[in-house]
Design a protein around this ligand. Structure first.
Ligand code: SER
Length: 317
C-alpha cells in the first residue's frame, strides 16, 4: 500500500502548493489535506480534504489513524506580524501543534515529520550577513521565540526518542497562488499584486531593508528533497539554513520596473520594520547544500517574470 501523507495547514501560502506538488508526485488519494478553514477549489477538489484544528490533539490523531498516515507536514502557524498582536495565541498555536505531531511520531503512529522553521529564529545579536548555521540566536519576536523553541524540541525528540523530524529555516517566501498572511516579508508578495493592479505600492519596510527571500517553487523543491533524503544524510535535526536570494524593497521595485516602467514605490514603515531589522540580511546555507544537495534555481529576474505571469493567469489582473 502506498504510504500516506497528512498536510496540516494545507490551505495556507506554503500548504496549498506543497499539497499540489505532493499529490502530483505521490498520487492524489495519498495526500490528505487538512486545515481549520476551506481553501482554494483546486486543492479541495483534487484529493481528500478535512477540516481540523492543529491545536486539537484528538482531531489530528483521528486523521492519522483513519487514513493510516505515514508522514506529516505541519504547516499551520501564526506568522511574525500577527503573533506580535496575539502573543499567547501565537505561542499556543505554534507550540501545541508541534508537540501533537512530535508526540504522534514518538508513539510510533507516524514515521516522518516535516516542520518549518524560519529566519525569525535569529535576532539583533546574530551576525547579519551570511548568518551561519550555528550562531547566536536571541530572537526578539513571539514568532521567532516559538520557532527557536520548536527547533530545540525537534532535535530533542530526534535524539531522545529517535523521531525522524526534518526542518528548514525558510526565508521570506514569494508566491502567487495563495497569499501569505501576517508575515513581515509579505510586502514582497503584495508589491507584485499592487504593481499589476494599481501601478504603485507603499512599502511597510524601508527602501534599504535587505532580507533573505525565495520563490515558492524553490521552497517546495527544497522541502520535498529534504523529506526524500536518506535519513543518514539529514545530519541537522533542529533546522537547516536555506537561502536563494537577498533583496531590498528598492531592488525589488527596480526589478518590477523592468517589466512595468511606470511602476512607482513609496515607503511608510510601520511596526514590522523593527521585526525586519532584527533578522539577517543574508544566510549561509552551505550545510543544506552539502548534506542533501540543495541548489536554488530562481534569481530575482526569473522570480519577477514568474510572479507577474502567475498573478495575471491566476488572478486575472
Ligand atoms: N515570512 C515569515 C514572516 O515574515 C518569516 O518566516 O513572518
Amino acid at each position: 500500500m502506498a504510504s500516506k501523507i497528512l498536510i496540516i495547514g494545507a490551505c495556507g501560502q506554503i500548504g496549498t502548493e506543497l499539497t499540489m506538488a505532493l499529490r502530483a508526485k505521490r498520487g492524489n488519494e495519498n495526500v490528505i489535506a487538512c486545515d481549520i478553514r476551506e481553501g482554494n477549489k483546486e486543492l479541495m477538489a483534487s484529493g481528500p480534504f478535512e477540516i481540523a484544528d492543529a491545536t486539537n490533539y484528538h482531531q489530528i490523531e483521528d486523521l492519522v489513524i483513519q487514513y493510516e498516515i505515514d508522514e506529516v507536514y505541519l504547516m499551520a502557524a501564526m506568522l511574525s506580524a500577527t503573533a506580535e498582536k496575539f502573543p499567547m495565541k501565537g505561542w499556543a498555536l505554534n507550540m501545541d501543534s508541534l508537540f501533537h505531531v512530535l508526540n504522534l511520531a514518538k508513539e510510533g503512529k507516524v514515521n516522518k515529520v516535516f516542520w518549518p522553521s524560519s529566519i525569525a529564529v535569529f535576532g539583533p545579536t546574530t551576525p547579519k550577513h551570511d548568518t551561519p548555521q550555528t550562531t547566536i540566536m536571541e530572537p526578539s519576536t513571539v514568532y521567532g521565540i516559538s520557532k527557536q523553541a520548536g527547533e530545540r524540541w525537534c532535535e530533542y525528540y530526534h535524539k531522545k526518542y529517535g523521531v525522524d523530524v526534518r526542518s528548514i529555516r525558510y526565508p521570506g517566501l514569494i508566491s502567487y497562488k495563495t497569499l501569505p498572511g501576517g508575515g513581515t516579508t509579505d510586502y514582497a508578495v503584495e508589491i507584485y499584486h499592487e504593481a499589476l493592479k494599481n501601478g504603485k505600492y507603499t512599502s511597510f519596510l524601508k527602501e534599504d531593508t535587505e532580507l533573505p527571500m525565495m520563490f515558492m517553487d524553490d521552497a517546495i523543491r527544497a522541502t520535498i528533497s529534504l523529506m526524500d533524503a536518506p535519513s543518514d544524510k539529514v545530519k541537522i535535526r533542529s533546522s537547516y539554513n536555506l537561502s536563494a536570494l537577498n533583496f531590498t524593497p528598492k531592488t525589488l521595485a527596480e526589478a518590477i520596473q523592468k517589466h512595468i516602467p511606470e511602476f512607482e514605490i513609496s515607503y511608510d514603515p510601520d511596526f514590522r520594520q523593527a521585526i525586519a531589522d532584527s533578522w539577517p540580511s543574508s544566510i549561509d546555507d552551505s550545510r543544506a547544500r552539502e548534506d542533501w544537495g540543495w541548489k536554488h534555481e530562481f534569481d530575482l529576474e526569473k522570480m519577477t517574470s514568474g510572479m507577474l505571469e502567475g498573478i495575471k493567469e491566476v488572478h486575472h489582473v
